[in-house]
Design a protein around this ligand. Structure first.
Ligand code: NAP
Length: 241
């Protein structure tokens, strides 16, 4: 029987590439979107190899509804990819409490609450893989992103502590910190910002979502069973911290 993998924010960008790669690797993939239409589109795209659900990580009642529906519909997932994330950029001097809170709630608090609900199933199965998608910004910092940098740095600390808690159960917890990857998030940058960004990347190109997905596939595998608590950079040399 195929193991179930859950990928949050799977309707587009890096999450969609991860979902497609995991399906190709033989998993049944549950993917989330913030809307019914996005969830339905995901189901159609997976053509029987996966199913879409609605999830808003900034809303505890949405997390509860998702985990309840998942329990009713599927075996306990053994792979959880916490991919969904948002930005609401502003200089710290001007950042509104709502901008700070939205990013911390979605990118950090929501990840904790969702992950907690998966632990029991993984413990019972004596196997689990939790993979958190962080960002180079969590280590490097970036002007205008104090909320995002704080959430991603927090996510990396969460990864280390949870990795230590779950290692003896054969559950690994790792993070991936991408640099600039070609998605809607980077498309939103102005041409001037994009040129400046490329000048800073030694590989002189953006990363592709599939390159991040390949690393997720490896960390999900049996072969990666002795790697835990790590944050692995994938950034074309932008930051070698
Ligand atoms: P994206 O193209 O903007 O897609 C974001 C995904 O997250 C979508 O599926 C979206 O669903 C979902 N989402 C948005 N708000 C949500 C919420 N409140 N609750 C649950 N899901 C939500 O993002 P991406 O560029 O692929 O980034 C994916 C991850 O990689 C993020 O954690 C991001 O921080 C990280 N990352 C990206 C880059 C990059 O260069 N792109 C670099 C470093 C790290 P809808 O389609 O329904 O809106």
């Amino acid at each position: 029987m195929r193991a179930t993998a859950v990928v949050t924010g799977a309707s587009r960008g890096i999450g969609l590439a991860i979902a497609e790669t995991l399906v190709h690797a033989g998993y049944y993939v549950v993917g989330t979107a913030t809307t019914e239409a996005g969830a339905e589109q995901f189901s159609q795209r997976m053509a029987g190899q996966g199913q879409g659900y609605v999830l808003n990580l900034g809303d505890q009642s949405s997390i509860d509804a998702f985990t309840t529906a998942l329990k009713a519909d599927h075996d306990a997932p053994l792979i959880l990819v916490n991919n969904a994330g948002i930005t609401q950029d502003n200089l710290a001097m001007r950042m509104k409490p709502a901008e700070w809170n939205a990013v911390i709630n979605t990118n950090l608090n929501g990840v904790f609450h969702l992950t907690q609900s998966f632990m029991r199933g993984m413990m019972k199965a004596k196997f689990g893989r939790i993979i958190n998608i962080s960002s180079v910004v969590g280590r490097m910092g970036n002007p205008g992103q104090v909320n995002y940098a704080a959430a991603k740095a927090g996510l990396e600390g969460f990864t280390r502590a949870l990795g230590a808690e779950l290692a003896s159960r054969n559950i690994t917890v790792n993070a991936i910190a991408p640099g600039f990857i070609a998605t809607d998030m980077t498309d939103a940058l102005s041409p001037d910002q994009q040129t400046k960004m490329l000048e800073r990347i030694p590989a002189a190109r953006l990363g592709q979502p599939k390159e991040v997905a390949a690393l997720v596939q490896f960390l999900s595998s049996d072969a990666a069973g002795y790697i835990t608590g790590e944050t692995i950079a994938i950034n074309g040399g932008l930051y070698m911290g």
